[in-house]
Design a protein. Structure first.
Ligand code: ATP
Ligand code: MG
Ligand code: MG
Ligand code: MG
Length: 579
């Protein structure tokens, strides 16, 4: 491409509203232009890089066995009513009517449309697993669109959806996407972390965000310096520490699996810790497992952190809650958190039964056993079939403390360091949320209908463009990684009145093109200074400058954008050197 023909209106001034470097440089470098709040044009350079990002994503998605489709951007309200999200989604969903008064939205995501496609045309387990993806424009009416492409209202997303017959194979599909995402973000040259993220009502850790580490990121994540566990601060599991009021010593709360042990005596035997040391022991039966939370010392358990732990257990219980009808009604009146706390000093945000003999609570060994048994840690003082939501509420979630640097890792006790991150990708196991609501099922081997187990997987294509710039720039401009630079090499003939210089430029340009390299020739009649400036601003990885003085010695100057120094190379060797 000749710069004299290229639509590349670079600018000297930063856009007035730009707060972050990627926004400034992408506008100044003639990659994007704002049309209106959160909505952008992509100029030739910007679009070329976007297409290179898309190409990498396509290659890795296809390699992972996903198939590309194209779904509509405009979606009918009916599908969203089926899933319940027409009501739930809130003002980020841009809704509108057609001339007949029918309601539609501009797709912020495509679970409904995709589930609709599958339910109509996939009937048997033999058609599974299936993973379909698209690369498409999304619209979210963000409250605060900002940072240029980082938080737009209209943006490009790659979204994939997997469909499996059972949870086991759904987990395989999830892992395939997780691996594909790592390959994609490796190829893009990112410094990033795959972090555990909130997985809604589904237990376990089947939600990961891919966070590009950058000061300007809107997300906060923590990473353990010891074991590399990383999570979004909302999700991070910390090992609480607490200082004893009595002794001033640091107390540690540990969670331990104690299979089979249900009473304080059994637990203290199992753990070989004297019962008197376990001043507060909270037990949970989760599925078949007993988990004990021990606090050694004489101090009250850190309420909020313990609540975070409880919340995890309750998520597991969410599935059990579905079988509400089978559960026997709980006979005793339930007290509110505050009442229980007042009556018992119980440190946690769940309610226990009132009407039990108070001495039970005096020991303060509150037990919450599976599905749930709530009560005290004493024989015959438990109540079975207690259901969260129906029989007691956990109210302390809202002010859950976020993890921060210096907290201890729940896995290994190592220390967390914190980073800011840009969420460029998100993999998420959905379970049967949409397939149940929308009736998407297939027959299994035994001819029985099974709700499809779904996963969804998003990548912010245009956000990636900004994230790359956040990680790769200097004071002069962008420094593209080779993989997504709009052009790989720029040839600068420095004196456009000198025939030899022009000729040498044309020759190198032609040879690089023949070699299949994406090359720009700056054939504009501009001064050397402004050519260098533009080349740096636009961020082409390799620059070949041809000046009359060097040319006399048969030399041209090659500079790698990311390197400090340039190199003089014989003209004759230049193309071979670049290749
Ligand atoms: P965020 O937390 O930044 O609002 P999200 O969690 O709402 O993102 P997802 O629903 O997980 O986003 O969508 C998948 C991907 O789409 C995100 O990981 C992100 O890379 C991209 N994305 C989401 N919102 C935007 C936006 N407003 N502008 C650009 N890209 C976006
Ligand atoms: Mg969002
Ligand atoms: Mg998010
Ligand atoms: Mg997300």
């Amino acid at each position: 491409m000749r710069l004299s023909n290229l639509f590349m209106p670079t600018r000297k001034e930063d856009p007035a509203d730009a707060e972050v470097v990627s926004h400034k440089l992408l506008v100044r470098g003639a990659y994007i232009r704002m049309v209106t709040r959160g909505i952008y044009d992509f100029l030739p350079l910007g679009w070329k890089s976007v297409r290179k990002i898309e190409a990498i994503i396509r290659e890795e998605m296809d390699r992972a066995g996903a198939q590309e489709v194209r779904l509509p951007a405009v979606q009918p309200a009916e599908l969203w009513e089926e899933s319940g999200r027409w009501q739930e989604y809130g003002p980020e969903l841009l809704r509108f009517k057609d001339r007949k008064g029918s309601e539609y939205c501009l797709g912020p995501t495509h679970e409904e449309v995709m589930t609709n496609l599958i339910r109509n045309d996939v009937g048997s387990y033999k058609d599974l697993p299936l993973n379909l993806y698209q690369i498409q424009t999304k619209f979210r009416d963000e409250t605060r669109p900002r940072f240029g492409l980082m938080r737009g209202r209209e943006f490009i997303m790659k979204d994939a959806y997997s469909f499996d017959i059972d949870e086991e194979s759904a987990k395989v599909s999830y892992q395939q996407m997780y691996d594909a995402y790592q390959r994609i973000f490796d190829r893009l040259g990112f410094e990033y972390a795959a972090v555990e993220a909130d997985s809604g009502n589904i237990g376990g850790s089947l939600s990961h965000e891919f966070q590009v580490l950058a000061e300007t990121g809107e997300d906060e994540i923590v990473r353990c310096v010891e074991c590399d566990y990383a999570a979004n601060v909302e999700k991070a599991e910390t090992r609480p520490t607490e200082v004893s009021e009595a002794t001033g010593e640091q107390l540690e709360m540990a969670t331990v699996d104690t299979p089979g042990a249900k009473t304080i005596e059994e637990i203290s035997a199992f753990l070989d810790v004297p019962a008197s040391n376990c001043v507060k022991t909270l037990l949970f039966h989760v599925a078949d497992q007993t988990v004990a939370v021990l606090v050694r010392g004489d101090h009250v358990v850190n309420e909020i952190k313990l609540t975070a732990f409880l919340r995890e257990q309750l998520k597991v219980d969410a599935a059990a809650k579905e079988n509400k009808e089978d559960a026997k009604p709980f006979e005793l009146n339930m007290a509110s958190d505050a009442q229980v706390k007042a009556a018992t000093g119980a440190p946690v945000g769940f309610a226990g039964p009132v009407g039990l003999e108070i001495p039970v609570f005096a020991d303060l060994e509150v037990q919450a056993l599976s599905n749930f048994v709530v009560g005290a840690n004493a024989a015959d003082k438990h109540h079975t079939n207690v259901n969260h939501g129906r029989d007691f509420e956990v109210t302390a979630f809202a002010d859950l403390r976020l993890a921060q640097a210096g907290d201890l890792c729940a896995r290994c006790g190592g220390t967390f360091e914190s980073h800011r991150g840009i969420e460029v990708g998100h993999v998420f196991y959905l379970g049967t949320k949409y397939s149940d609501a929308m009736g998407a099922g297939v027959q299994d081997q035994n001819g029985k209908m099974q709700s499809l187990k779904m996963g969804c997987y998003g990548i912010g294509v245009t956000r990636i463009l900004a994230a790359v710039v956040e990680q790769n720039h200097d004071k002069n401009g962008i420094i593209w990684p080779m993989a997504i630079a709009p052009y790989q090499v720029i040839v600068l003939p420095l004196q456009m009145k000198n025939e030899e210089v022009i000729e040498a430029g044309e020759k190198i340009y032609a040879e690089l093109q023949d070699a299949g390299i994406d090359v720009l020739l700056d054939d504009r009649k501009a001064g050397a200074g402004s050519k260098f400036k533009d080349a740096d601003l636009v961020g082409i990885p390799v620059r070949i400058a041809i000046g009359s003085r060097g040319l006399k010695e048969g030399m041209v100057e090659v500079k790698v954008r990311s390197a400090a120094e340039n190199e003089d190379i014989p003209l004759a060797d230049a193309v071979e050197y670049i290749k």
